[in-house]
Design a protein. Structure first.
Length: 65
């Protein structure tokens, strides 16, 4: 299932890697596409939306609902 998140606080490639790593820790098969300029994170995953959002928040980024 494709899910899109608005994530603020990503300022560099390291931030993108941290968000990607956090998502892949809860779903190793997830596909993650990040558009940092527009604060968008698109995730193909079977995990519930809130589980993915919580993983991103744990890395220190804000996720708009």
């Amino acid at each position: 299932m494709s899910q899109q998140f608005t994530v603020t606080g990503m300022t560099c490639g390291h931030c993108e890697a941290a968000v990607t790593r956090a998502i892949k820790q809860i779903d190793g098969g997830a596909e993650v596409k990040i558009d940092r300029a527009n604060n968008l994170v698109e995730v193909q995953s079977t995990q519930p939306r809130e589980t993915i959002a919580a993983a991103i928040r744990e890395e220190g980024y804000s996720v708009d609902e």
